[in-house]
Design a protein around this ligand. Structure first.
Ligand code: ATP
Length: 254
């Protein structure tokens, strides 16, 4: 493990980076995983490494969608597993939703099993997506593989750190897609039914908390799902970023 002092001003961010590096070395994180992580870090800097106020509303709405779903599934790739294994499992239990391994770069049965086994060592009882037989229509290559009992059957899918092509193909397949992506301009974030513009490590515990609060409150759940408008949510996040940059600029020139 990397030796990051608690009082280092960037300790939390460095720990996440260390987790990506450590799991890249074991093969859990894909070759390009550190690049995706770096892109996320850059956007997190703009957010001030905190969940933006409007995103708290998106988190509640996304959880309402999950609680309304008949077959909710949480998709897990190498980066997500490396950064937040316990929070992924806790959210899956709180909804309840199924966990499914979903690897697009370097998909092999060995890597699928490695991610599933890693989640199981963290307490997951069931992890789908190892050597799956179903396919996402209109997607070629190994990225098209999905579990017949998981994403193929799902009506709502959470896709943290998803690739744009797959997100588009899932939406075209009729799935409601909740993405967790720090880049509000990514194709995934723009295509999703609703994007949560936040770090996965902050968003997942907030989602679990919202699930516990909303469970059983059918009228609030219906109100929240009816309010979902990804374009409006993305515009709010972009406005938040613009205002934050303007404030930082003013502070420098005051
Ligand atoms: P697209 O194909 O959707 O336009 P992309 O090519 O950037 O996007 P990837 O690199 O496959 O897609 O996906 C990584 C995405 O995940 C990036 O948009 C990045 O901002 C985001 N990301 C990386 N780390 C995190 C994190 N810890 N929490 C939330 N989002 C993250």
């Amino acid at each position: 493990m990397h030796d990051i002092p608690d009082d280092h001003p960037r300790a939390a961010s460095l720990r996440l980076r260390a987790a990506i590096a450590e799991h890249h070395a074991t093969g859990l994180v894909a070759e390009t995983g550190p690049i995706s992580h770096g892109r996320g870090e850059a956007f997190d800097y703009i957010l001030g490494e905190d969940t933006p106020a409007p995103v708290h509303e998106d988190i509640r709405a996304s959880v309402a969608l999950l609680l309304q779903a008949k077959h909710p599934v949480i998709s897990v790739n190498g980066n997500a597993a490396a950064l937040a294994p316990d929070a992924l499992i806790a959210l899956a239990e709180a909804i309840p939703a199924k966990l499914e391994v979903n690897v697009f770069y370097g998909r092999t049965e060995q890597r699928e099993r490695q991610i599933a086994d890693f989640l199981k060592t963290h307490g997951a009882k069931e992890v789908l997506g190892v050597n799956p037989a179903a396919r996402v229509p209109h997607l070629t290559s190994a990225r098209a593989s999905v579990d017949a009992c998981g994403m193929a059957k799902a009506d709502v899918i959470v896709v943290p750190l998803e690739d744009g092509d797959r997100a588009e193909a899932l939406v075209a397949w009729g799935k409601k897609v909740i993405s967790i992506d720090l880049n509000p301009l990514s194709r995934t974030a723009k295509t999703a039914t609703l994007n949560i513009c936040d770090n996965i490590t902050r968003a997942l515990p907030l989602m679990k908390q919202a699930a516990n609060e909303l469970k059983g409150n059918a009228s609030e759940i219906a109100k929240l799902t009816a309010s979902i408008d990804n374009k409006k949510s993305t515009a709010r996040v972009l406005a938040f970023m613009r205002e934050r940059l303007a404030t930082l600029e003013k502070e420098l020139t005051a």
